[in-house]
Design a protein around this ligand. Structure first.
Ligand code: DGJ
Length: 725
């Protein structure tokens, strides 16, 4: 394969697969970052220009007055003398925080090593990994930087490990998963920000001098800032421009920071958020950072997204469902909320079956005495008041009706009003002597503790082995406060947030191994934990609690920047919509939901005959085009954050089929005509679909006038195209 080479003369490392190049070199024992971008030949000519800059100190024992960490491009900045944001900060036992890590050796491994306790991208004999070994000049502390490059992917993944081989503890105050230094150039940054029910809005802004950071300190990756940041050419759009898209395989607190220095160099920092993080590293222990993924696109945002999508589907998701058709589901949450009984559930399931749904999901409220959100989390025992024949019997009946059965859990939480909290009040995160802050009336269980995880595991296992369950929705409905574990020493409390995430991964690893046939969907009040860490275990996510079709267009559009359609749960709900009060047509609700993992979440027992007919047609349409939608190549065409219209499309791998979604938010009289140009088609093949016909090159360059099917506001169309000659 030989995608990684070391040039002895220049002491430089070059990772390249013909699509991208990533280059750095050793200089006076320091790793100097040279290049990340389109594949090039590197002959060693380019090095950082030497200049004596006042007030920029030289490294200890440096032979060169012209050499300063403060001004150069660095690979993993940790040494004293660089005043920008450092990758790693260590507090040593002698009270100092000065490090001086120097290059020792390198190693190239063919099989990508898995990360200790953390999910990561895997390879299938298509990756090559470079490990750089560094050592501090004073302490017996070792730093390994790992880089993986894959064949045919515009991706570098990185992770780092710190080992304490001294005989005293040290403390890690911050440790990046990756930093990238860019030489003088203009950038804009793109990130995905929002809130509950308004997740992942695309924010684009100029990179100015100084520091800008986004992140989460909520204990989860959060609705507010998704773990993603791209640096882009100012003229970049969906089809053109250079893009550096970065993300983390991590579900907890994260930070993405951009710093533009006085020499116009830009540093991108990503990793666990240093806020609330302070890790004691005992002698002989090591610490591994979550994996960073760095994508380089030379052709705009669509190429970046497709690189993420393919990598996620092919090298991250471990579930046996990763390539399987995902079932169309009906969920009772917005149909009944907590107010249901067996009879009502069976009636909804029966109607669901009639329209062609494949999986029925019983959401929150089936356990303890949970009639609202104030009780019973932690007591995973069926509520016989609502389900007099029990859960197993209900599942049996649903199966007899020809549907699979899915069940909701919120494993990481406990209600104050629960038997679990009464028995183990210390199992919630809390500071002894202080009152706990409720969120949705509940507390967070201390998943950093093995005993807590064991208990919940046993309780869930009891349900999953006595009831026939084909699908689990794993919810998480609040963020952390009082981040303190009664099981850890006081000098380890800075470890709690990360230990929690490691505990969660340990739990998920065990559960998904033990129940490989269950399809898991993750959720956190919708999209509050939509990240690569959760996707490693659960192949799909409830994208947002906002089920309004118009809001969903923006949410799904933003989400698609990183995450493929096969990860996005999307349901048709009732109108007026529960979150926005908006009334949209069943057609538009269907078109938007059919752009993801399709389902219904409304009371199917009160439908009109016309609605039933339309839903049957939607289900049949989705089944016909399911593979194209779930596993085709996805392209964004019109950005709803920039105007009144939105469009995206799916193209099959062989380009023989495509599906085009188009929507117009508000109607106008005398609307100006807009042409919509498709992408990703074969220029020389002739495509035909309802109202759209032409050769690929016509549809891509000349385009056509896009129209929704009906007059009025909030209209849309979903058009299937196939090659006819
Ligand atoms: C939040 C989820 O996002 C909803 O879909 C639903 O499952 C509720 N929690 C239940 O409490």
């Amino acid at each position: 394969m030989n995608m990684i080479t070391y040039d002895q003369t220049n002491q430089s490392f070059h990772l390249t697969n013909g699509l991208i190049s990533y280059i750095f070199a050793v200089r006076e024992g320091i790793l100097e970052h040279l290049y990340f971008g389109k594949a090039i030949h590197y002959t060693g000519g380019y090095r950082y220009p030497a200049a004596d800059r006042s007030f920029s100190p030289n490294p200890p024992n440096s032979q060169e007055r012209l050499f300063s960490y403060d001004t150069m491009m660095l690979e993993y900045p940790v040494n004293t003398g660089d005043y920008r944001t450092q990758a790693l900060e260590i507090d040593y036992n002698d009270g100092s925080n000065v490090s001086d890590f120097r290059y020792v050796s390198y190693q190239i491994v063919q099989k990508k090593p898995a990360l200790s306790q953390l999910p990561s991208f895997y390879d299938e004999e298509d990756g090559e990994t470079l490990i750089i070994h560094l050592k501090d000049t004073k302490e017996a502390v070792y730093l390994d930087l790992s880089y993986t490059i894959y064949q045919n992917r515009r991706v570098i993944t990185r992770s780092n490990q710190l080992r304490n081989e001294s005989d005293v503890p040290l403390y890690i105050a911050k440790m990046a998963s990756a930093t990238i230094d860019f030489p003088n150039r203009e950038f804009e940054m793109i990130h995905l920000s929002g809130s509950w029910s308004r997740e992942r809005e695309i924010v684009r802004e100029k990179v100015f001098a100084g520091i800008k950071a986004i992140g989460s300190s909520r204990g989860a990756s959060s609705h507010h800032h998704n773990p993603f940041m791209a640096l882009v050419d100012p003229n970049a759009d969906e089809q053109k421009g250079e893009i550096y898209g970065t993300s983390l395989v991590y579900s907890g607190n994260h930070e993405f920071l951009v710093e533009k220095d006085p020499y116009q160099q830009t540093r991108l920092w990503l990793g666990i958020n240093p806020k609330n993080f302070y890790w004691q590293l005992l002698p002989d222990a090591s610490f591994t950072t979550p994996e960073a993924v760095l994508v380089f696109s030379e052709s705009g945002l669509n190429q970046m997204s497709q690189t993420f999508h393919q990598l996620i589907q092919e090298r991250l998701v471990q579930s046996p469902y990763k390539n399987l058709d995902r079932p169309i589901l009906a969920n009772n949450w917005e149909a009944t909320f907590f107010d249901f009984d067996e009879e009502k559930i069976l009636k909804i399931a029966e109607e669901a079956k009639k329209i062609g749904v494949e999986l029925f999901v019983l959401d929150d409220g089936w356990f303890g005495h949970r009639d609202d959100d104030t009780s019973s989390l932690g007591d995973w025992i069926e509520d016989r008041r609502k389900l007099p024949h029990g859960l197993a019997a209900l599942s049996e009946k649903i199966h007899q009706a020809g549907l699979q059965f899915g069940l909701w859990f919120e494993p990481e939480m406990v209600s104050q009003d629960s038997q679990l909290f009464a028995q183990h009040p210390d199992w919630a995160l809390q500071v002894p002597g202080r009152d706990l802050s409720p969120g949705r009336g509940q507390y967070v269980l201390d998943f950093s503790r093995q005993d807590v995880r064991d208990y919940i595991y046993k309780a869930m296992k009891m349900v999953l082995t006595t009831v026939k369950v084909d699908y689990v929705k794993w919810d998480m409905n609040r963020n952390m406060t009082e981040v303190f574990s009664t099981a850890l020493a006081k000098n380890q409390q800075g470890e709690v947030s990360h230990r929690y995430v490691l505990g969660l991964y340990d739990f998920l690893e065990k559960m998904t191994q033990e129940f490989p046939n269950i399809l898991f969907e993750s959720c956190s009040g919708g999209g509050g934990r939509f990240d690569l860490g959760m996707l490693a275990y659960m192949p799909q996510v409830w994208t947002s609690d906002n089920t309004d079709a118009i809001s969903r267009i923006g949410i799904q559009y933003g989400t698609s920047l990183v995450y493929p359609p096969a990860t996005m749960g999307a349901h048709v709900a009732s109108v007026p919509n529960h979150q926005t009060g908006r009334i949209t047509s069943l057609e538009t609700r269907g078109n938007v939901a059919m752009s993801g993992i399709f389902g219904y979440e409304l009371d199917l027992t009160i439908l009109t005959e016309d609605e039933k007919i339309e839903m049957k047609a939607q289900v049949a349409f989705y089944k016909t085009h399911r593979r194209l939608i779930q596993y085709g190549n996805f392209y964004r065409l019109l950005n709803p954050f920039e105007g009144n219209e939105a469009a995206w499309m799916f193209v099959s791998e062989n380009k023989a089929e495509a599906l085009v979604f188009y929507s117009r938010t508000l109607n106008q009289a005398s609307t100006p005509f807009h042409t919509l140009k498709l992408v990703g088609l074969d220029p020389n093949l002739y495509y035909e679909g309802e109202q759209i016909k032409g050769y690929g090159n016509e549809l891509m360059h000349l385009g056509f006038y896009a129209q929704p099917h009906s007059q009025g506001d909030f209209q849309s169309s979903l058009t299937y195209l196939k090659v006819t000659k």
